[in-house]
Ligand binder design. Structure first.
Ligand SMILES: CC(C)(COP(=O)(O)OP(=O)(O)OC[C@H]1O[C@@H](n2cnc3c(N)ncnc32)[C@H](O)[C@@H]1OP(=O)(O)O)[C@@H](O)C(=O)NCCC(=O)NCCSC(=O)c1cc(O)c2ccccc2c1O
Length: 270
């Protein structure tokens, strides 16, 4: 059983503000990329927010104005071939995805900068997203030897439609906040200095509603896509193999060495 831990975080901050739990990814020196420890602490924080009856909404944000989350820490992966040690011994990103969906309270992403790769998947999975005017969005896996073929593809396609989701994943372009709002990736765009206040306002407003109605509604919305959890398990198993493969490692090494990856020798269709 994963324990609930609400103190002594290294990679995140956890605070209570009125009815909201504010979870802040705190690795600005790595553009708020996550390593195994970060994901483990996010799991603890979401479980703490779930267990606290005073918490009626969760805000997920990050330190600084440059990055919300840039996904897996590619430099760490280039150094050690994995995302580093955890107390549980596991890299629980798939479990974190399920937790953001299953916590029976609205999760509000306050996207304060770049949301890319696994960081973009996190904001997509939140119930609503509010973005600062300077936020940018995209997927990067095919550039850096990674992919999230679970919720990262299937749920994204529910949000923006199949064509746009395929464009986002295959071409790895970055989109500004206004374009993200147009394609339904975010609910509202606000000036950077107003972002957290706006998210807190949304939290206070939803906290006035019936928590039981919200819980049933969230579970109802989720039920329609819960089969994607099975796809997520399969995708994470595939990703374990891919990130350790020469092709996956070439992607991570190229990023760390600031050069273009050379994937030419891997075009091996069966
Ligand atoms: C985020 C960027 C678009 C920013 O570009 P910009 O030009 O503004 O700035 P820089 O490129 O100079 O970056 C500034 C600084 O931050 C470092 N950095 C950025 N992203 C990362 C990162 N993800 N990990 C580590 N460090 C990062 C960068 O190196 C610079 O440092 P300096 O020391 O040089 O100053 C752009 O940086 C960018 O595209 N970043 C890569 C983002 C990316 O590829 N993310 C996907 C990673 S893979 C992933 O997310 C992933 C998710 C999962 O769920 C998995 C599950 C299971 C297994 C594997 C998974 C997985 O790999």
């Amino acid at each position: 059983m994963t324990r609930v831990k609400s103190t002594s975080y290294d990679d995140i901050k956890y605070e209570i503000d009125g009815p909201a739990a504010i979870i802040t990814i705190n690795r600005p020196e790595r553009f708020n990329a996550f390593r195994g420890r970060t994901v483990e602490e996010l799991v603890w924080a979401f479980r703490a927010a779930w267990a606290d009856p005073k918490v009626q909404a969760v805000i997920l944000t990050a330190t600084g104005e440059k990055a919300f989350c840039t996904g897996g820490d590619v430099k760490q992966r280039a150094e050690t071939g994995d995302y580093g040690p955890t107390e549980s011994g596991m890299f629980e990103i798939g479990y974190l995805h399920k937790l953001i969906r299953d916590i029976p309270k609205p999760v509000i992403a306050a996207v304060n900068g770049v949301a890319v790769g696994g960081g973009h998947v996190l904001q997509v999975l939140c119930d609503v997203s509010i973005a600062s005017e300077t936020a940018r969005f995209g997927q990067a896996g095919p550039k850096v030897g990674s992919f999230d073929a679970g919720f990262g593809t299937a749920y994204l396609a529910r949000v923006v439609g199949e064509k746009k989701a395929r464009e986002i994943w295959f071409w790895c372009r970055m989109y500004d906040a206004q374009e993200a709002e147009r394609m339904g990736l975010v609910n509202k765009v606000v000036p950077s200095e107003n972002l957290l206040d706006e998210a807190k306002t949304w939290a206070r407003e939803v906290a006035e509603k019936s928590p039981t109605a919200i819980r049933f509604l969230k579970q109802s919305f989720n039920a329609d896509t819960d089969h994607q959890a099975g796809l997520s398990n399969l995708a994470m198993s595939a990703l374990d193999l891919f990130t350790a493969s020469p092709e996956g490692l070439e992607g991570a090494a190229a990023f760390a060495e600031k050069r273009k990856p050379d994937f030419n020798s891997y075009a091996n269709w069966h």
